[in-house]
Design a protein around this ligand. Structure first.
Ligand code: ZN
Length: 299
C-alpha cells in the first residue's frame, strides 16, 4: 500500500514515500515505455513529497518543460495524498546511459516549475533551469534556488522487463534553520552511503524504514504522520462539458458535423464520449453564456 511518512529528528525534517502502486497506475494509463515510466514516476513521487509540506486541501503542480524527446512532464499532487500526471511522449526509448535509463537525456534542457494552489490567494509559481533532467536533482536545486530551502530529494523507480514498476519511492530531507553543522555533516555522510531508494523499496522497506536508514545515528526520530497515497484524477464528464461549452462556436460546429466527439483527459487518459445531440445542447449553452457575457460587458 502506497504511503508517505513525515518525521522529524534533531532539527531535520524528513519525508519518505512508497509509490509503487500509483506509479504502476500512471504507467498503465499512459502506456509508458520504461524511460517515460521512470520520468513520470519520479515526477509524481516528487510532487507528492513537495505537496506534503502544504496544508490541508492545498495542491501543487510540478512541471518539466524540457526540450528532450519525452516532451513536457507534469504532476499534480495534493496534501491529502492524491496525485495525477502525464508525460507528453510516453513511448520514447533511448539507449541506456551507464546501464541506467537515460532520464536526463529524455527530459533535456529547459525549465522546471512548481505552482502552489492554496485556495486563498492567487496560485504562486516558481521556476528555475533544469539542471540534469534526472528529476530529483532538479527538485533539490529548485527548492534551493527558487524557495531558498536547502533540501535533499531522492527519487527512484525500478522498471521490470514486463514494463511495470517493481519498486518506486522517494524522500525529501530539509534541515531546519537551527540545525547544527555537526548534524548537517552527519546527514551528508548518511546520504553518501545509502542505497538507491528504489533498492530500499525493492528490499521491502516501508517509508518509516527508509527514514530510519536516512537518519542513522540520529537520536529521537519522531514519526509525525502517515498518509495513504493514490493516483487520482479530478476529471469527469461534467468537467469536460464545461470545457466544451467554452470552445468557439465554429469548433463546436465542426464537432457537430463529425456527428460525435471523444475527449481524452491529458492527466489520466480517461475518455469521455459525446453524441451529436449532447454537442448541439452544449454549443447552445455556450452561445447563451457568450451572449450573457457580452451584455454584462456592455452594461
Ligand atoms: Zn483525468
Amino acid at each position: 500500500m502506497d504511503h508517505l511518512v513525515k518525521a522529524i529528528a534533531e532539527d531535520v525534517r524528513v519525508y519518505a514515500a512508497i509509490t509503487t502502486d500509483l506509479v504502476n497506475e500512471g504507467i498503465a494509463r499512459h502506456h509508458c515505455q520504461p524511460l517515460a515510466a521512470a520520468a513520470l514516476g519520479r515526477t509524481m513521487t516528487g510532487a507528492l513529497l513537495l505537496a506534503a509540506n502544504l496544508k490541508n486541501k492545498e495542491c501543487i503542480t510540478v512541471k518539466f518543460n524540457g526540450d528532450g524527446p519525452l516532451g513536457n512532464i507534469a504532476a499534480d499532487a495534493s496534501s491529502d495524498g492524491f496525485v495525477r500526471g502525464y508525460v507528453a511522449h510516453p513511448q520514447v526509448e533511448l539507449p541506456l546511459h551507464n546501464g541506467k535509463l537515460a532520464v536526463g537525456q529524455g527530459v533535456g534542457q529547459g525549465l522546471v516549475s512548481v505552482t502552489r494552489f492554496t485556495g486563498l490567494k492567487e496560485p504562486v509559481t516558481g521556476s528555475c533551469a533544469i539542471y540534469s533532467g534526472e528529476i530529483a536533482e532538479d527538485l533539490t536545486r529548485y527548492l534551493y534556488v527558487s524557495e531558498q530551502t536547502p533540501s535533499s530529494v531522492g527519487l527512484g523507480v525500478l522498471v521490470g522487463t514486463d514494463l511495470k514498476a517493481v519498486a518506486a519511492g522517494g524522500f525529501m530531507i530539509q534541515p531546519l534553520p537551527d540545525a547544527s553543522d555537526e548534524v548537517l555533516t552527519r546527514l551528508e555522510s548518511n546520504l553518501s552511503q545509502i542505497c538507491p531508494v528504489s533498492t530500499m523499496v525493492q528490499d521491502g522497506m516501508d517509508a518509516a524504514a527508509v527514514i530510519r536508514e536516512l537518519l542513522q545515528g540520529f537520536a529521537d526520530v519522531k514519526i509525525l504522520t502517515t498518509t495513504d497515497l493514490a493516483f487520482r484524477c479530478q476529471c469527469s464528464k461534467r468537467h469536460t462539458e464545461d470545457i466544451l461549452m467554452t470552445l468557439p462556436r465554429q469548433d463546436m460546429d465542426q464537432l457537430i458535423a463529425d456527428g460525435k466527439a471523444e475527449v481524452c483527459c491529458q492527466f489520466c487518459g480517461e475518455k469521455y464520449q459525446f453524441t451529436k445531440d449532447e454537442l448541439v445542447a452544449l454549443a447552445n449553452v455556450g452561445d447563451k453564456l457568450r451572449e450573457r457575457q457580452k451584455q454584462a460587458v456592455s452594461k
